[in-house]
Ligand binder design. Sequence first.
Ligand code: UDP
Length: 477
Amino acid sequence: MEEEQRRRPGPAHAMLFPFPCAGHINPTLRLAELLHARGVYVTFVNTEHNHARLRRGGRGRGDQGSFRFEAVPDGLSDEDRAAPDSTVRLYLSLRRSCGAPLVALARRLGGGEVPPVTCVVVSGLVSFALDAAEEIGVPAFVLWGTSACGFLGTLRLRELRQRGYTPLKDESWLTNGYLDTPIDWIAGMPPVRLGDISSFVRTLDPHCFALRVEEGEANSCARARGVILNTFERLEPDVLAALRDEFPRVYTIGPLSGAAATTHQHLSLWEEDAECVSWLDAQAPGSVLYVSFGSLAVLSAAQAEELAWGLAATRRPFLWAVRPGLVAGARGGADALPEGALAAAVGRCFVAEWCAQEQVLRHRAVGGFLTHSGWNSTAESIRAGVPMLCWPGFADQYINCRYACEEWGVGIRLDEALRRDRVAARVEELMGDSDAAREMRRRAAAWKAAAEAATAPGGSSRDSLAGLVEELRWLGL
Ligand code: UDP
């Protein structure tokens, strides 16, 4: 103890390594900025492939004093990259090829002007980097990029499997109401439908790769010194209390969107369409529905058609981010959508490939968000006070949707099977002038204020971040 008191915190050097996709890179970058702004030396590690993409776009600048970018190979071939299961291949390839380069990088960084790496911060899906941290001899933290409820749901996949809820017995269980089975035994969660917990319970395969990966990755967080979540205390108090029974250090530092330090905020893997913001400038306040399904979701041509015709039928303005590959096999932008539907909406729609989403959500013209309920998108929407039309399809998106609609009261669920008339009706429910729609807008504004308060001085996320920085500084001894 006396020894402890005599010692003083040294320079902290955090090496951050996210899984290389937008949903992981964005929050990790925000965290990196916040740490750097508080005096932590930061090394942000991309894969070489992404590093080259960022450089081609003039983004992702190199070393900037005590904030540096480095890169390690991801081991993927061009063929892997073009494959429909490229994310799975990427996951496996990183596990195979990235550990040793990360260790070598950390060792190389420790010389000369640069203080030695004192901790490693990884996002989810790269648990192999916990081994790398062990080899380097420093503690690791995991920035688990989902909501706290998404994290808890994923942690419980193992028990769901052990209790026989999943895998499903046959195909008919997907549609016979089985997924509505109430699950009321997860401490920290209100009763939820089985199907709400995660997309991975929908499998028929007892060896389902995705289920095992998610389960294993979430549980490996127990090996980390701390878990960092992009949420705030008031949003998910019961879930956080339950998580704290399992993990000694849970830092809630969100929402990371809108975080003050933004030195590197334009580090985007895609070119952002600036024109969409000028288009928004010309729209009436609260009139526009923003539509985006994140960086990974894929729609069939038939689904895109139903959505496009549904949106056209609303007679409301909409801005749709259609990245290359969002519609299976199609290029990005308007080319991917049915011409007739866009013609029907001409003058009141804008199709971009990729938007500066946080800026779009904060724009006064945006009054609703049709989203796949990815956690970053959901948190960004909460932070911006924009109600959501939720159409989840993968991983934690179902539980985010469940909480947005039923716990936080800021969302409406769009029917799973897309039909143009239902799309139009739900958009009207969200954007219209009914008492329910106005009440949802009021709640969205209240959550926005709560999110602002959490990240303001004296707020819970600000305090939690200070605690994390303090912890990192002591590791620098
Ligand atoms: N995003 C963006 N521009 C777009 C679409 C998405 O900047 O046109 C960003 C969005 O702000 C979010 C991330 O991409 O930070 C998507 O993450 P999310 O967790 O919502 O979904 P995922 O891509 O992981 O499915």
